[in-house]
Design a protein around this ligand. Sequence first.
Ligand SMILES: C[C@@](CO)(OP(=O)(O)O)[C@H](O)COP(=O)(O)OP(=O)(O)OC[C@H]1O[C@@H](n2ccc(N)nc2=O)[C@H](O)[C@@H]1O
Ligand SMILES: Nc1ncnc2c1ncn2[C@@H]1O[C@H](COP(=O)(O)OP(=O)(O)O)[C@@H](O)[C@H]1O
Length: 309
Amino acid sequence: MTAAPLEPGPVTVRVPAKVNLELVVGPRREDGYHALATVYQAVSLYDDVTVAPADEWGVSVSGPLAAGVPTDGRNLALVAAHLLAERHDGDPAHVSIRKGIPVAGGMAGGSADAAATVVALDHLWALGLDRDELESLAAEVGSDVPFLVGGGTAMGSGRGELLAPVLARGTYHWVFALTDEGLSTPEVYAECDRLREGTDVPEPVCTPALMAALRSGDPHELAAQLTNDLEAAAVSLRPALGETLASGMEYGALGGIVSGSGPTVAFLVEDNEAGIDLAVALTASGVVRDVRRASGPVHGAHVVHHRTD
Ligand SMILES: C[C@@](CO)(OP(=O)(O)O)[C@H](O)COP(=O)(O)OP(=O)(O)OC[C@H]1O[C@@H](n2ccc(N)nc2=O)[C@H](O)[C@@H]1O
Ligand SMILES: Nc1ncnc2c1ncn2[C@@H]1O[C@H](COP(=O)(O)OP(=O)(O)O)[C@@H](O)[C@H]1O
C-alpha cells in the first residue's frame, strides 16, 4: 500500500512591532506619500500569524488587542495573501492572527501581519522566494511592510520601503505607553502638512549622530538622538500625549518619543530593571492606561511552527 501524499499543514510565523528611532518627514510627493528618512528598530512585541489550507479565503483575529481589527478583505494580512496568490497561483488559505501589537498605535501591527503572511505562505506553498522578492511584494502592501520581513535595525528611504542596513550594537530596553483609541496614519501626515504650511521642507536625511549613537551601544547616547517629525502632529491631534511624554521623563526614562504616527509613546530606559520601575510608575500614576515592556533589535518575520503530518 502506498502512503497518501502529505497535506501541507499550518505554518505559524511570529512577527515583531517597530519603533522609529528617527523619523524625518520630507516634502509631500506627487503620489500623495511623503519622502522619508527613518531608522526603524524591531522590538519584542509580537503578533503570531498562522496560515492553513482552506476551502475559501478568510481571516480571524484573537488575543487581548484584537478589538477593532477588520476580519474582511481590508485586513492587511488578506491583502498580502491575495497579492501573493495572484502572482503564484496559490490556493485559498485561512489566516489566524493572534495580536500582541497595539492596533493603530504607530507600531506597524497591520504591516507586521502582512509581512508575516507573505513569509508564511511562501513556506506553505514552498515558493522559495528570496529576501528581495519578499520585500518587493511587501512594499506593494504598505510602506512599512518590507522592514518587518527582516526586522533588526534598518534605515528606510523613499516612502519608507527602501531599506539599508544600519550597524547597531547592543540591546535597547523600551517601555511603551498604550492608548485606548488609535490614530489614523493619513490623518497624522495631513496634520503634519497643516502645521508646516508655508514653510520650506527640505529633502529628508538621517542624522549621522544617530548612526554614531547606535554604533556605541549606549542607551544614553541613543536617547539624545530620538526624533520624530510626526510627533507634533500626533500631540496636536491628541494633546494628552504631551502629558504622557512629560510623565515618562519625570519617572526616569532616558528619552521619549511618539512611536511613528502614534498614539503609542515609546520610552527608552537604561536596562530591564529601569523598564520595570518605569512601567510600574506610569501605571500607578494613572496617566497611562496600559504599558508594555520590550527590547530591540529583534529579528523580523520568522517561522516558529510548521506541522507536516
Ligand atoms: C508613519 C509610519 C512611520 O513608519 O508608520 P506607522 O506609524 O503608520 O506605523 C509609516 O510611514 C506609515 O507606513 P504604512 O502604515 O505602511 O503606510 P501606507 O499604508 O504606505 O500609507 C498609508 C497612508 O499614510 C500616508 N503616508 C505613508 C507613508 C509615507 N511615506 N507618506 C505618507 O504620506 C499616506 O497618506 C498613505 O496613504
Ligand atoms: N492585521 C491588521 N492588524 C491591525 N490593523 C489592521 C490590520 N489590517 C488592517 N488594519 C487596519 O489598519 C489600521 C492601522 O493599524 P496598524 O497597522 O495597527 O497601525 P499603525 O499604522 O498605526 O501602525 C487599523 O485601524 C485597522 O483598521
